[in-house]
Write a protein that binds this ligand. Structure first.
Ligand SMILES: C[S@@+](CC[C@H](N)C(=O)[O-])C[C@H]1O[C@@H](n2cnc3c(N)ncnc32)[C@H](O)[C@@H]1O
Length: 276
């Protein structure tokens, strides 16, 4: 079974993998993904290269990392709980689960997956106090229990370190020969495309500059580093010393129809040979 993301995530890279492929290093020691989200690139690498590389997935979203920990360690109880939720799914049940703040890791993971599969647009979005505030979606028959996907992800996650830290702490654990793929919240192109609320902490200009400094440090160490971001002036400028490749990305996040066409994004890359 091919492993793919188990949650739909804003900025998910599933549709872009074939465009990224030529820029992934053919060989590396360990893999780090400091802004994991749906972790599409990680799952893709696992499918292509098997279990032989060790990996660290990190995200500042605690619920998401908890969910991966549960998929990694207790897939069967998770599937059992999802089956119960699927049986009870209704308008009232959705809002009941949305209002709950469970403490048990298993229950938190099931809640995240259930809400992700049934909410409007399938997007995890939180308000200023960290609450999940997306209304219910209008799916006729949402697939809440994706057994094959959970089992494939469980296998792909074996031996993977799952961290809930800031991207910098996670990335700076990388050493010479390791591969770090950064997929940060994108620098907005204009005032209306500022979707950055994956977590309650916003990712602004200061963070983008800090990320560029971390990128540079990793290149100096001799890591393979790849980063995706919007094709904005700030990004072009911050990474002017590195190779920049334009990628055409379909956009489905904006609610305005005009925002749904394809837009350009940038891949920034640096490999050890270039670090001098
Ligand atoms: C563009 S998404 C990643 C999408 C992912 N590549 C995929 O395929 O689904 C960015 C992720 O960064 C996380 N994030 C935001 N700020 C962060 C920070 N300071 N440190 C670590 N992760 C952060 C968000 O929670 C979100 O999951």
């Amino acid at each position: 079974m091919v492993a793919t993301p188990i949650v739909k995530w804003a900025g998910g890279k599933g549709r872009l993998l074939s465009q990224y492929e030529p820029y992934l290093p053919p060989r590396f020691k360990r893999y780090f993904e400091p802004f994991a989200g749906g972790a599409a690139v990680f799952f893709w690498l696992r499918n292509q290269r098997g279990l032989k590389f060790s990996a660290t997935l990190n995200d500042s979203n605690e619920e998401l990392i908890n969910c991966y920990q549960v998929v990694q360690s207790q897939p069967e109880p998770l599937l059992a709980r999802l089956r119960q939720m699927a049986d009870r799914h209704s308008h009232a049940y959705y809002y009941q689960i949305r209002a709950e703040r469970p403490e048990l890791p298993l229950e938190r993971a099931a809640r995240l997956i259930y809400l992700n599969k049934t909410c409007y647009n399938g997007l995890y979005r939180v308000n200023a106090s960290g609450g999940f505030n997306v209304p219910m979606g209008r799916y006729k028959d949402p697939s809440i229990v994706q057994e094959d996907k959970i089992v494939a992800a469980h296998q792909a996650l074996q031996g993977v370190q799952l961290w809930n830290k800031g991207f910098d702490d996670a990335a700076l654990a990388a050493r010479k020969g390791d591969f770090v793929y950064f997929d940060p919240p994108y620098q907005p192109l204009n005032a209306t495309s500022n979707f950055t609320s994956y977590t309650k902490d916003q990712f602004g200009m200061e963070q983008q500059c800090h990320l560029a400094a971390v990128f540079k440090q990793l290149v100096k160490r001799g890591c393979h580093v790849l980063l995706s971001n919007s094709d904005s002036e700030l990004v072009r400028d911050l990474y002017r010393d590195y190779q920049q490749v334009e990628i055409r990305a379909p956009r489905f996040i904006n609610s305005k129809a005009a925002g749904r066409s394809s837009i350009a994004e940038l891949l920034i890359l640096a490999n050890p040979a270039e670090s001098g």
